[in-house]
Design a binder for this molecule. Structure first.
Ligand code: CO
Length: 211
């Protein structure tokens, strides 16, 4: 057994002991159900652990992660997570959290074929096309990459707001705010991009659903 593999099993035992020392009913309480106020949609990147960077305890954040924190409206996995979070758990906030230095976004700026993933990255390339003038005007490649990361997060916030699930929740008066964040790998800090949607009024009219 590799050292790493053994280490993580040992870590788990130690983690359980530490939790029980503070609260002997910690796991018993959690086993009764969950009522998280937040759905997190983040990147699969190993350096952006959802719970850890926001200091959230078990039970506080419902998590969906994929490459480049994408909200693809035909992705049944994302839709299922979103439906359960909004309609069953009644989360009050959804955060789409991207990060600077994202490999998925970087790949979308280039033309190399990597494999099946090219078809996932395609969705990020669409974001580039929507903002091509703004992005192409940025001479410095690092600055352009950073701006692309931010614009991708914003587009995913819009794409969440466009879903029938979120629009139906707003229509029924449910309290639900969608936020866009970017995480800095080299600083540990998140930046709120200020795209906070609370209703479908802010969407282009063509996307606004009438119920
Ligand atoms: Co990433």
């Amino acid at each position: 057994m590799s050292d790493f593999y053994k280490k993580i099993l040992d870590n788990n035992k130690k983690w359980v002991e530490d939790k029980l020392k503070i609260n002997p009913n910690f796991f018993e309480g959690l086993s009764k159900g969950q009522n998280p106020p937040l759905l997190w949609i983040g990147c699969s990147d190993s350096r952006v652990p959802a719970n850890e960077i926001i200091g959230a305890a078990p039970g506080e954040v419902f998590v969906h992660r994929n490459i480049a924190n994408m909200v693809v409206h035909s992705d049944m996995n994302m839709l299922s997570v979103l439906d359960y979070a909004v309609n069953a758990l009644k989360v009050k906030h959804i955060i789409v959290c991207g990060h600077y230095g994202c490999g998925g976004v970087k790949a979308a700026m280039g033309n190399s074929s990597i494999g099946v993933i090219d078809n996932w990255i395609r969705h990020i390339k669409d974001v580039y096309r929507f903002h091509q003038n703004e992005l192409d005007a940025i001479q410095n490649e690092e600055d352009r990459f950073n701006k692309f990361v931010e614009l991708n997060v914003k587009e995913q916030v819009y794409d969440l707001a466009k879903t029938s699930i979120v629009q139906a929740a707003w229509r029924s008066g449910q309290e639900l705010t969608i936020h866009g964040w970017v995480y800095g790998l080299n600083s540990g800090y998140v930046t709120d991009l200020g795209v906070n949607f609370k209703s479908n009024d802010e969407l282009d009219e063509v996307y606004q659903l009438k119920f």
